[in-house]
Design a protein around this ligand. Structure first.
Ligand SMILES: [Zn+2]
Length: 95
C-alpha cells in the first residue's frame, strides 16, 4: 500500500528537522529540570512551580513542532511515525 508511492525528499528532510527539534527540546527540558532540582538556586518550596513553569512553554513548543510538514496534522505520541496519520504522507524511505 504505502510502498506504491515514493516519499518526497523535502518532506522527509522537514520531518527529520522536526524530529531533531523534539530531541533538542527533550534535552533542554532535562537540563532545565536538573538545574532546578540540583543547582540549589531554587528553594524547595518553589520546586514544583519552577518545574511546571518550565514544562508548560515546552509542551506548547512540542505541540507546535510535532506536526506533519505537509498537512500540519498532529503526529500523536509516536516518536517515529512511518507516515502522517491524516494525509498518509510517508516520512521515511521505504526499505
Ligand atoms: Zn499530513
Amino acid at each position: 500500500m504505502l510502498d506504491s508511492y515514493l516519499p518526497d525528499p523535502q518532506i522527509i528532510a522537514a520531518f527529520r528537522t522536526r524530529q531533531r527539534r523534539l530531541v533538542l527540546m527533550g534535552v533542554a527540558w532535562l537540563a532545565y529540570g536538573m538545574a532546578v532540582l540540583w543547582s540549589g538556586w531554587v528553594p524547595n518550596s518553589q520546586l514544583r512551580a519552577w518545574l511546571v513553569g518550565g514544562f508548560a512553554p515546552l509542551a506548547i513548543l512540542v505541540v507546535l513542532n510535532w506536526r506533519c510538514p505537509k498537512c500540519r496534522a498532529g503526529l500523536g505520541k509516536s516518536w517515529a511515525p512511518f507516515a502522517c496519520p491524516k494525509c498518509h504522507t510517508p516520512f521515511r524511505d521505504p526499505i
